[in-house]
Design a protein around this ligand. Structure first.
Ligand SMILES: [Zn+2]
Ligand SMILES: [Zn+2]
Length: 347
C-alpha cells in the first residue's frame, strides 16, 4: 500500500509499505478515504521538533473498516468511521471523566502508524472510532470534508471552547486564525456565544472567521490587541478566551483580554515550558486546556451537528491534493497558501 513517510525536514515521500494487519485484539484496520495535514505536523516538517526518519505520518482521517480484532464489537468490517487522533479505551479513569485524549491505555504498542496512507492499523478501535451512518458514497464532497474535521481540528476547537466554559450569551475572544482557531469560532457559536472576537490578520482567514460566526475582527497584537478587545467589550473584557496558538505572546494576551474570573481554554501546543502565573492570580483568571477529547465530543455534539448541517468546518480545507502529491500538500501549509490541506486517498 502507498503511505506518506517522513524522510527529513522539508521532505515527505510516498512509499510502498506492507498493508497493515490486526496485531492486537483491540485493533481495527481501516481503508482510508480522506486524510489531511495538521498544523502540528509542520513542527517536525520544519525541523523544529525531532522526528525519526522513515516513519509514516499523519493523524487525521476518515475511512471504512476493513478488519477488526477479536475484542472489537462496536464496529465491524464495512462500517464508515471517523478515525480520531486520540485512542480512548472508554473505560479508564480519564476516558470515563470525558478526557479520552488522556486515555491511560492509548498506547498498546510502540509501532508508529500514519493516517496519510491507503490503510491504517487503528488502536483501541472498539471505543475510539466514531461510526458514521451509511457509506462515503452517501455524502457530498463538502460533507466528507466536514466529517474529516471530526478526527482532530473541529474537536480540538471545541475543546478550547469547552474548557473555557463558553455558554449562551457569552462574549468570547478566539486567539489564532489557523484551522483550529477557526473551528474554535464554530464551537463558540455552537455553545451560544453572542459576541465572538476573532484575532486574525490574514484576509482569507478573516473572511472565513466571519462566515463561521465571528462578530468582530481584531488584527492588532500584544497591548494594542488588548486595548481593542477592551473597547469592543465596554472595558469589561471577555467572558471566555480560546487560546489556539501556543506562543508566549498569545497566552499572555489571552490572559489579559479576559474579565475577572474568565477561563482561558488552551489548545495551542505550548512552545515554552514556563509561564508567569501571577497575571492569573490578580484577575482570578483560570487556565485550562490540553489534548482534545475527540471521541467524547464527536459522539455527544459534533457528529450530529455535521450530519444536521448546523456547522461546516470542512471549509477550512482550502486546497486539495492526491496522496501522491503529499509533498505539495505540506508545502502549501508551510507557505501559508492553504489554511489546511486535504488529501484524497480513495473513493
Ligand atoms: Zn492534528
Ligand atoms: Zn481510556
Amino acid at each position: 500500500m502507498k503511505t506518506a513517510v517522513f524522510i527529513e525536514p522539508g521532505k515527505i515521500d510516498v512509499q510502498e509499505l506492507p498493508k497493515p494487519e490486526v496485531k492486537n485484539p483491540t485493533d481495527a484496520v481501516l481503508k482510508i478515504v480522506r486524510a489531511c495535514v495538521c498544523g502540528s505536523d509542520l513542527w517536525w516538517y520544519r525541523g523544529i521538533n525531532q522526528r525519526q526518519a522513515n516513519t509514516p505520518v499523519g493523524h487525521e482521517a476518515i475511512g471504512v473498516v476493513e478488519s477488526v480484532g477479536a475484542e472489537v464489537t462496536n464496529v465491524k468490517p464495512g462500517d464508515f468511521v471517523v478515525a480520531p487522533f486520540t485512542h480512548g479505551c472508554g473505560h479508564c479513569a480519564a476516558c470515563l471523566a470525558g478526557f479520552d485524549g488522556n486515555c491511560e491505555n492509548a498506547q498498546t504498542d510502540d509501532e508508529i502508524v500514519g493516517y496519510q496512507g491507503e490503510y491504517l492499523r487503528f488502536r483501541n478501535a472498539d471505543w475510539a472510532l466514531v461510526k458514521i451512518p451509511g457509506q462515503p458514497s452517501d455524502y457530498t464532497d463538502a460533507q466528507l470534508n466536514d466529517l474529516l474535521t471530526l478526527s482532530d481540528v473541529m474537536a480540538t476547537g471545541y475543546h478550547a471552547a469547552a474548557t473555557a466554559e463558553v455558554k449562551a450569551g457569552d462574549t468570547v475572544v478566539v486567539m489564532g486564525d489557523g484551522a483550529v482557531g477557526l473551528c474554535g469560532i464554530i464551537a463558540a457559536k455552537l455553545r451560544g456565544a453572542t459576541q465572538i472576537i476573532a484575532m486574525s490578520r490574514h484576509e482569507d482567514r478573516q473572511r472565513l472567521a466571519t462566515e463561521f460566526g465571528a462578530t468582530d475582527i481584531v488584527a492588532e497584537r500584544g497591548d494594542e490587541a488588548v486595548a481593542r478587545v477592551m473597547a469592543l467589550t465596554d472595558g469589561a473584557g471577555a467572558d471566555a478566551v480560546l487560546e489556539c496558538v501556543g506562543t508566549e505572546q498569545s497566552v499572555d494576551t489571552a490572559v489579559k483580554v479576559g474579565r475577572a474570573g474568565a477561563v482561558v481554554g488552551c489548545v495551542g501546543v505550548p512552545q515554552k515550558a514556563e509561564m508567569n502565573t501571577n497575571n492569573l492570580f490578580w484577575q482570578n483568571i483560570g487556565l485550562r486546556g490540553g489534548i482534545a477529547s475527540v471521541t467524547t465530543y464527536d459522539r455527544a455534539v459534533l457528529l450530529d451537528a455535521v450530519l444536521n448541517g448546523d456547522i461546516h468546518p470542512g471549509k477550512v480545507f482550502t486546497k486539495r491534493f492526491d496522496l501522491d502529491d503529499v509533498q505539495a500538500a505540506y508545502e502549501a501549509m508551510d507557505h501559508r497558501e492553504a489554511i489546511k490541506s486535504l488529501l484524497i486517498v480513495s473513493d
